[in-house]
Design a protein. Sequence first.
Length: 79
Amino acid sequence: MKHIGAYEAKTHLPKLLDRVSRGERITITKHGTPVARLVPVAPERGRDPCQVVAELRRFRAGRKLRPGTIEKMKQEGRR
């Protein structure tokens, strides 16, 4: 991990952000004391598909469509 002074960090922030986006971790110091850390952001994970399917199944439990409902939905979707 690289240490950089606050003034240098302020002056070269775009370059530092490029380095961090490539995976580097940078500690920013003030008068030699670490005060902040620039680290790459972890990619956001989507929801677990198994959990989503389980939720849908719980939602559907005990629910049924009346006859003709699907045809009515199709016709509404075509408008």
